[in-house]
Design a protein around this ligand. Structure first.
Ligand code: C5P
Length: 305
């Protein structure tokens, strides 16, 4: 793992909130193999933390519960989304004649890797935001969105971390004006999932899009509406990782109002009546599964911009 180089400025800290697909319908497939989606997305207070600071040379330091897992990735840290984001942004800014001096990046990796909650995508988006602030640079929103999309289908939605509906391959974003705050538990059996493999195992790729409700004013109405929706990737992911079924059952038994898998898994979430209930569920579940990733959290209230 490259160590952090000598830092020559105070760090800029960016949150990288976990992305939660409250519902995800697969509605088609493009000629290039990417799938068309219709998804209701929110973000969680649980997330990674990224710090960027001016330095004598580029570096990336990893810490946090899953820092070592990321560092041990056979592709190496040189190939991870943070350094890719740094390099793509630098290329775009240099093409405009802007200065992009060396930067020390520190990533506190709190979210499990390849787990359906967009950790890598959120880190990439946080890198773009943090470096734009550090380098005191601006890009037109559409150019930034294009860079984000080159990094991954979920990166554009992680730029602001606001509740949204995503179409296209995930890049066609419509902000959702209002969503109640949800207390939730994130649970992952610590089995990494290959997103392409889950998509490959889909039985159907022409599912109906999400039907808009007439009114979803309060939390109960949201839960009732979300209960009518699905994650189409859940069945193929369960076939690959049977523990997903077990953890969904355990979340439901622990009092969640709605239980579902996020993204291509294996992280599942449960929505609870209040934060104390989510914390109690984590205490209970961690006794039964001490090695799982279990986090009580809330929907992210702010906006990363
Ligand atoms: O864009 P990202 O790198 O996150 O996607 C990883 C893989 O997931 C893609 O190579 C593709 O196989 C699959 N994918 C897809 N349709 C999407 C998003 C991802 O088929 N909308």
């Amino acid at each position: 793992m490259p160590s952090a180089g000598p830092v020559i400025s105070a760090g800029i800290v960016e949150k990288a909130p976990a992305k939660i697909n409250l519902a995800l319908h697969v509605t088609g497939r493009r000629d290039d193999g990417y799938h068309l989606l219709d998804s209701i997305v929110t973000f969680a207070e649980a997330g990674d933390l990224l710090t960027v600071a001016a330095a004598c040379e580029d570096s990336l330091a990893l810490s946090g519960r899953f820092g070592a897992t990321l560092a041990a990735d056979p592709k190496g840290t040189g190939d991870n989304l943070v350094t890719k984001a740094r390099d793509l942004l630098r290329e775009a800014l240099r093409a405009r004649g802007l200065q992009t001096p060396p930067v020390a990046i520190a990533l506190e990796k709190n979210l499990p890797i390849a787990s359906g909650i967009g950790g890598g995508s959120a880190d990439a988006a946080a890198t773009l935001r943090g470096l734009l602030r550090l380098w005191d640079a601006e890009l037109p929103a559409d150019e930034l969105a294009t860079i984000a999309l080159r990094l991954g289908a979920d990166v554009p939605m992680c730029l602001k971390s606001r509740p949204l509906r995503a179409g296209g391959v995930g890049e066609a974003i419509t902000p959702l004006p209002a969503m109640p705050s949800f207390a939730m538990v994130l649970a992952n059996p610590l089995k990494a999932v290959s997103t392409p493999e889950v998509f490959r195992r889909l039985d159907r790729r022409d599912n109906p899009p999400i039907s808009s409700p007439s009114q979803v004013a309060d939390r109960e109405a949201w839960i009732a509406w979300l209960s009518t929706l699905r994650n189409d990737l859940e069945a193929p992911a369960r076939a690959l990782i049977p523990e997903i079924g077990t953890l969904c059952d355990m979340l439901a038994e622990s009092g969640a109002d709605l239980v579902r898998m996020s993204g291509s898994g294996a992280t599942c979430f449960g929505l609870y009546g209040d934060y104390a209930a989510a914390e109690a569920a984590v205490r209970h579940l961690s006794q039964q599964r001490p090695h799982w990733y279990l986090a009580a959290t809330r929907t992210f209230a702010g906006e990363t911009s």
